[in-house]
Design a protein around this ligand. Structure first.
Ligand code: NAD
Ligand code: UGA
Length: 386
């Protein structure tokens, strides 16, 4: 491998990374990137490894020896501190992060996102290890603009909706709206990490992902996850498309999101890993402000893209409305709009997302069709065959 240099032209030294939650969606892409493009070593910690199996076996892979899987639950495993000590940098991705859980399993959500992350922060701080912690854009909650009258011209003013790391407030709903249990737990762990930095000198970076999507996100219910499970929107809509069912629009699909391609976002994380002087002490929005759609528009675009990549015609009525109470149950609430301000990440790391929503959906839905279409056909055919 040719000498790789950081953004300031200095050679990058190979490091060891303790990656917690490495077997998930983001972790699998980050491991792939680190193995194929860098000399760094990864201690990959998770309770599952299905999404990184292709990186672990066979032993003849070019990066054999640079990635080591440790099956452990950070809730109760005494190996955690030792593994953090063995590494130069810890990246914590472990969390419950599907909205269907926030209002139905609020205790698990709060424990996972706050309590279970505490020892990780503590061990990093006590052992003087750098930490990159994955938070969320949900810490912003609702926009200020959402509280203005519907017809107020101020709603068009970016000052009322663009989300800035250092100035935007965090606006959550009332306590009975348990949807905010996740955002609130993430906010508190951010504050704790920030305080460890201020009082004890912890070297940290906090990442706030804005709807990163791509292959291997979540699961397809009944195929590689529970039949009754409710994954995030990309997998919900993929599942509907694969099964030729209408896509369900929660409360009319009026909420807005910006989607960024996982491969673009992983470039940003690699810059953080390899440029500690520029990343330490910062909180970074990582998203694509150019890819904004309502959930209804996302459904319409995914329907068109899927017809193109599968060669199968779309349904005459491709979407159906459903109330949030019916879909998620009591206590659900929603973020109205999520546009990331990109000033800080641009200034510190010179990062910009590249991939348009159409292109990222085309490559992702090609993957979904190739990976799941046959399995779905078989699962649908099963009851009549027996
Ligand atoms: N995907 C996104 O767009 C997005 C957006 C905002 C925030 N995030 C944050 O990024 C992180 C990773 O998200 P993801 O999309 O890859 O989710 P994911 O669910 O695919 O990955 C999380 C991984 O953590 C593991 N894990 C959870 N609890 C654990 C424990 N106690 N011990 C060991 N492993 C455990 C899970 O098994 C899973 O493999 C999360 O902290 C999430 O809140 C992701
Ligand atoms: O990805 C992120 O940046 C963050 O936001 C997500 O939250 P959210 O965007 O609300 O979750 P999705 O499941 O992706 O839902 C997006 C929107 O689609 C809607 N939706 C979802 C599924 C569905 O079948 N139909 C539908 O209309 C939801 O109500 C919501 O308005 C999750 O909280 C986290 O993974 C993460 O922290």
């Amino acid at each position: 491998m040719a000498t790789r240099t950081d953004l300031d032209g200095r050679p990058i030294k190979p490091i060891t990374i303790c990656m917690i939650g490495a077997g998930g969606f983001i972790g699998s892409h980050l491991c792939e990137k680190l193995m194929s493009e860098t000399p760094h070593k990864v201690l990959a910690l998770d309770v599952y490894n299905d999404k990184i199996k292709h990186l672990l076996e066979p032993d003849s892979l070019p990066w054999a020896g640079r990635i080591q899987f440790h099956r452990l639950n950070i809730k109760h495993d005494s190996r955690l501190e030792g593994l953090i000590k063995m590494a130069d940098l810890t990246i914590n991705l472990a969390a419950i992060c599907t909205p269907a859980d926030y209002n139905t399993r609020p205790l698990d959500t709060i424990y996972s996102n706050f309590i279970d992350a505490l020892p990780v922060v503590k061990y990093c701080s006590e052992n003087n290890k750098r930490l990159i912690h994955f938070s969320t854009c949900e810490v912003y909650g609702k926009t200020i603009g959402s509280f203005l009258p519907k017809d107020s011209p101020l709603r068009q003013d970016p000052a009322y909706y663009v989300l800035k790391e250092d100035t935007s407030p965090c606006i959550f709903g009332s306590i009975e709206k348990q949807r905010w249990s996740y955002a609130c737990a993430k906010q508190l762990i951010e504050r704790l990490i920030y305080a460890e930095g201020a009082e004890n000198g912890l070297e940290f970076t906090i990442v706030r992902p804005f709807n990163w999507i791509g292959p291997r996100m979540d699961f397809i219910p009944g195929i590689d996850g529970p039949s009754e499970g409710v994954p995030r929107v990309l997998a919900c809509f993929s599942n509907n498309l694969l099964r030729h069912e209408p896509l369900k629009l929660v409360d009319g699909g009026q909420s807005q999101r910006t989607f960024v391609y996982i491969k673009d976002a992983i470039e940003a994380v690699l810059l953080m890993i390899e440029n500690p002087d520029r990343a330490n002490g910062h909180i970074f929005n990582v998203g694509n402000p150019n890819n904004e759609v309502t959930v209804r528009q996302l459904a319409e675009m995914m329907t068109k893209v899927y017809a193109k990549v599968s060669g199968e015609p779309s349904l005459d009525s491709p979407t159906v409305d459903i109330s949030s109470k019916e879909f998620y149950g009591e206590g659900y609430d929603d973020s109205d709009k999520r546009i990331p301000d990109m000033t800080i990440i641009n200034k510190q790391l010179g990062w910009n997302p590249k991939t348009s929503l159409w292109d990222l959906l085309e490559s992702t839905l090609t993957y979904q069709h190739r990976t799941y279409a046959e399995a779905i056909k078989k699962s649908i055919a099963k009851p009549t065959a027996s």
